[in-house]
Ligand binder design. Structure first.
Ligand SMILES: [Fe+2]
Length: 362
């Protein structure tokens, strides 16, 4: 058993000012990588610019990362980084800007072109990254993963490299308060999937069980409240913690079919990542339960509920996606799911027929 997270984490109200001496040591000019809205709306972007200005650190803003970032976005970020003489990256936002920033930093440090962004063997160097999440879900601020879309076959896939761990994570729950209710819900379910996949994965690790059990408890007790009462700080803090625990979990166990099966729903049908995980959550648990029942039964005892009650809780969330997956989708996407890297982590070998049954149920 081993536990390894090389990221220096600052958590809670005021996390950014606690992190400031460490951030100031990272370099002389930062590329600030964001999407179009949440970095500004959350207040995090203003705070970061103020901090850099007062520390005498130069910066350039790259605010063009869209949902499900593709490889072209990474290359354009790399160009901006190099053109402006940056030497570290600060990413603010949901999973998309942070994952793109990991790839931008690696692409700039190793001069990667479009065809080598997934090629972890070419990763020798990295520029330091500060990750500041504005959602509570992906946990990417403490993982070595970057999920990107390759627009050429329109496929969502990722890479993992120890070099991609952020140097610093600044997790201030206040930055998540401005998220719309539906985003809060979807991202919270993403975190729940990560925690459950820490149980499903064959790389499961008892050192992580306290994080997994507590993370799931925090989500069950706080997600419905946070998605209807956005400014409830305690609920936001609980979800930010659960998200970080989920990230620390999959940093060790990787994800499984639960994530692989959701990727085509996102790349083909634009279902948000967390929602894609949410609509398959019950069938996934039904499929994997026999293989991991001993641990899940311990989880129910910890939570004081049973599997039926857990399913009722899921049903009580407003998670719907009106999908009618046709034969063309099945023919193209089931082989893609079977070929994905995460499939090596399932607790048993999953068949095409089992995937088809889950897709047909949506
Ligand atoms: Fe995820």
């Amino acid at each position: 058993m081993k536990f390894h997270i090389p990221t220096r984490v600052f958590f809670g109200t005021g996390a950014l000012s606690q992190a400031s001496p460490y951030i100031a040591n990272l370099g002389i000019k930062a590329l600030i990588v964001t999407g179009r809205t949440s970095a500004r709306k959350s207040g995090a972007l203003d705070d970061v610019m103020q901090l850099l200005d007062s520390s005498g650190i130069k910066w350039h803003l790259h605010d063009r990362i869209g949902e499900n970032p593709d490889l072209e976005m990474v290359i354009s970020g790399k160009q901006d980084f190099l053109d402006h003489g940056c030497d570290f990256v600060i990413a603010i936002g949901g999973g998309s800007p942070i994952d793109a920033a990991k790839a931008i930093s690696l692409a700039a440090a190793n001069d990667l072109d479009l065809d080598h962004i997934y090629d972890t063997a070419s990763f020798l160097y990295v520029f330091p990254l500060v990750a500041i999440p504005t959602t509570a879900g992906t946990g990417t601020e403490v993982t070595p993963y970057s999920v990107l879309t390759d627009a050429r076959p329109q496929k969502k896939a990722g890479f993992g490299s120890d070099l991609a761990f952020p140097a610093i994570a600044v997790i201030d729950p206040n930055y998540t308060i401005s998220q719309p209710d539906q985003v809060t819900l979807n991202t919270g379910i993403d975190a729940l999937s990560h925690l459950l996949e820490g149980i499903y994965s064959i790389k499961r690790n008892p050192l992580l069980y306290p994080l997994i059990f507590e993370g799931i408890r925090l989500i069950i007790e706080n997600l419905p409240l946070a998605s209807t009462t956005p400014d409830d700080y305690h609920a936001r803090e609980s979800l930010a913690k659960a998200s970080m625990y989920g990230g620390m979990t999959i940093a060790h166990t990787s994800t499984t079919l639960h994530h692989s099966i959701g990727y085509p729903l996102t790349s083909v049908h634009n279902v948000p990542h967390g929602l894609a995980n949410g609509i398959v959550l019950k069938p996934m648990m039904d499929l994997f339960y026999p293989a991991v029942s001993a641990i899940l039964d311990r989880l129910w005892i910890y939570l004081g509920i049973n599997r039926r009650q857990f399913y009722d809780w899921i049903d009580g969330l407003d998670m719907k996606a009106d999908l009618h997956l046709d034969e063309e989708f099945m023919a193209q996407r089931i082989p893609e799911v079977l070929a994905s890297r995460n499939m090596a982590n399932n607790p048993f070998e999953v068949t095409a027929a089992q995937i088809r049954v889950i897709y047909q149920s949506l």
